[in-house]
Write a protein that binds this ligand. Structure first.
Ligand SMILES: *[C@@H]1O[C@H](CO)[C@@H](O)[C@H](O)[C@H]1NC(C)=O
Ligand SMILES: *[C@@H]1O[C@H](CO)[C@@H](O)[C@H](O)[C@H]1NC(C)=O
Ligand SMILES: *[C@@H]1O[C@H](CO)[C@@H](O)[C@H](O)[C@H]1NC(C)=O
Length: 600
């Protein structure tokens, strides 16, 4: 029988094991008692019986074995007594069998067992009392089974369990006492199961929990205070929750974690409020969420943050001062996004930055990226240098690694406002005004306006005054108070340019167009404006309203008069006219008449 190479780091093999082994080897003798279908490497206490089509646990397993591998066989049922002589066994691997039934006392004598692997079997429940008699068990893997519920006290006797893997079951329910008794549990993974809410109450029994992984779940929300009692938790991973779109502000309340991953979910925004209190957070990963912007100065409370990952998102902007206050910040991983640039001023200080992953972004090679060029030897790009897409002379785009961009790039051109002649715009109250401001520069300048009241009007602002994409300021329903001088400011990384424009709003004379404007103004509920109907408009309303009313009343009277008059005449007329009808007509009309009338 050929000896198999040993696994790299045999946790089950230690100095103490070896010391124990020497006398045991004399007592038992290795080669003789190895089961015929298994491999028992010499000078070793491991027995490998994996992938042998076994339907039962083979006999003659050396009683001094510390590791028994029975994985990938065809075991169906584990019976009491099957492992009875293996009192020094430390690790038992039963994964990938067809085990659907485990008798109650099966593991009873495995008092030294530390690791039990039951992954990939057909268990549909955690059999009651099956884990009693395993006082030293510290790792239990029951993932990839068919377990539907964890009932109360399922793991009651495992007071030394450190790590529990439950992933990929059909779990629909975890009862509130399911994890009670797991006083030492440090790592828990719940993965690919059908629970629809965070099992807050069950988790509250895990006071020593350090790592919690909740993966591939259809849970839609993390309620406020969901993890409140997990005071020792350091690492929380939430992965692939397609229905998670936002985090409530207190959802992570009570936690003091150092690592947080919320990846492949559907977050549209960095959950600033929910993570604000995590003052010891060092690692934050929000990769593969449709987040488009990291706002400035919103992460300042995460003063110990060192790493920020947001790869595969929809990031188009990292605003200035986004990482302000993060004095220990050393790694930014934003590869595969829509970023055109990353300015030096997003960081608290680039001096500490070590790793920068900015590849697979449509970067523009202008002066905003010059700081990266200067630091390119000190920064670690993990051999993925940022690639710039540069406008070449043929109007197409060419792509260069940042260190290979031809000279002449990494420049910016100051903004220039094209037509600076003073604009004087007159508009009647209620009308619409347009102040133009056309500018150019590289990168294209951002335009904002300052009103006579010193209010800055940015692009993207909503309301009565909006800055249009071409830089012009549009004022809907101008008010008298809007009059005054406005300043247009065009700015980019290279500088600013300014221009003044004057708006005069006048009281409208009465005319139909002013009336139409006022009418639409009054019907717009979004505008809180003074009542603007002046005398001219009032006369207009009266004329337009009263004249048709009077006319219709008159017409009514005329009709009533004519009708009543016509009714009175009609009677006489019929009687008088009958004798004068021509013959033919009389003959027809007389058909239905009473015979008392005498023909002439
Ligand atoms: C769990 O969800 C999967 C996929 O949605 C489904 O196929 C399976 O039937 C569900 N199981 C239970 C027990 O609801
Ligand atoms: C939070 O965790 C850090 C280290 O992870 C620890 O030093 C600090 O004392 C903890 N704070 C509280 C309030 O538990
Ligand atoms: C950055 O993200 C990419 C893509 O997700 C990943 O492959 C890489 O390992 C990350 N780098 C670091 C330092 O974590």
């Amino acid at each position: 029988m050929a000896a198999k190479p040993l696994p790299d780091s045999p946790s089950w093999m230690s100095w103490r094991t070896l010391l124990f082994l020497i006398p045991a080897a004399f007592l038992v003798g290795f080669g003789e008692s190895c089961p015929s279908k298994c491999v028992c490497p010499a000078h070793n206490t491991a027995v490998f019986c994996n992938s042998r089509n076994l339907t039962t646990v083979p006999g003659r397993i050396p009683p001094d074995s510390e590791f028994l591998d029975l994985s990938r066989n065809s075991l169906h049922t584990l019976r009491e007594g099957m492992f009875s002589r293996l009192w020094v066994l430390k690790e038992l691997d039963l994964s990938h069998n067809m085990i659907s039934n485990i008798e109650e006392q099966t593991f009873n004598c495995l008092r030294n067992l530390m690791t039990l692997r039951l992954k990939g079997n057909r268990l549909d429940m955690v059999p009651e009392g099956v884990f009693t008699g395993l006082p030293n068990l510290s790792i239990l893997d029951i993932s990839e089974n068919r377990i539907l519920v964890f009932l109360d006290h399922s793991f009651r006797d495992l007071s030394n369990l450190r790590k529990l893997e439950t992933g990929d079951n059909h779990l629909v329910f975890i009862s509130s006492q399911a994890f009670s008794g797991l006083w030492s549990l440090q790592q828990l993974t719940l993965e690919k199961c059908n629970i629809t809410s965070v099992p807050t109450e069950a988790l509250s029994h895990l006071r020593q929990l350090v790592e919690l992984r909740l993966k591939v779940l259809n849970v839609t929300t993390i309620p406020n205070y969901a993890f409140q009692t997990l005071h020792h938790l350091k690492d929380l991973e939430i992965h692939r929750w397609p229905f998670l779109t936002s985090l409530q502000s207190e959802s992570l309340s009570g936690l003091n974690i150092t690592s947080l991953s919320i990846t492949k979910c559907n977050l549209h925004d960095v959950p600033y409020k929910a993570i604000k209190h995590l003052a010891h957070l060092r690692f934050l990963d929000l990769s593969y969420n449709p987040i488009s912007v990291i706002q400035g100065k919103r992460l300042v409370d995460l003063s110990r943050l060192q790493e920020f990952h947001l790869t595969g998102g929809q990031l188009a902007t990292i605003q200035a001062h986004a990482f302000q206050g993060l004095v220990h910040f050393r790694l930014l991983n934003v590869s595969s996004n829509d970023l055109q640039t990353l300015e030096e001023k997003v960081f608290h200080s680039v001096g500490n930055l070590e790793v920068l992953r900015l590849d697979r972004n449509p970067l523009a090679c202008d002066c905003r990226l010059l700081w990266i060029v200067r630091r390119r030897r000190r920064l670690n790009f993990e051999s993925r240098q940022p690639i710039c897409s540069t406008n070449s002379t043929r109007k197409g785009k060419t792509f260069h690694k940042i260190s290979e961009v031809p000279p002449g790039h990494f420049r910016c051109r100051k903004p220039k406002i094209v037509d600076k002649a003073l604009q004087k715009v007159n508009v009647e109250e209620g009308g619409q005004a347009n102040l133009t401001c056309k500018s150019e520069g590289d990168p294209p300048p951002v335009v904002s306006w300052v009103s006579p009241q010193n209010v800055t009007l940015d692009m993207g602002r909503r309301g009565r005054m909006v800055v249009l994409p071409d830089g012009s300021l549009k004022i809907h329903y101008a008010l008298l108070g809007d009059s005054g001088s406005y300043h247009c400011i065009a700015s980019n990384a290279a500088g600013i340019d300014m221009m003044e424009a004057y708006l005069h709003v006048s009281i409208p004379l009465f005319n139909s167009s002013a009336f139409a404007n006022n009418a639409s103004l009054l019907s717009d509920p979004g505008n809180q404006l003074p009542f603007l109907v002046d005398l001219g408009t009032l006369v207009g309303i009266l004329v337009i309203g009263v004249v048709p009313f009077l006319c219709s009343v008159m017409i009514c009277f005329v009709f009533i008069f004519l009708w009543s008059k016509g009714r009175g005449n009609a009677k006489h007329h019929v009687i008088e006219s009958v004798p004068r009808f021509p013959r033919g007509y009389k003959a027809i009309t007389n058909k239905n008449r009473t015979p008392t009338k005498k023909p002439r």
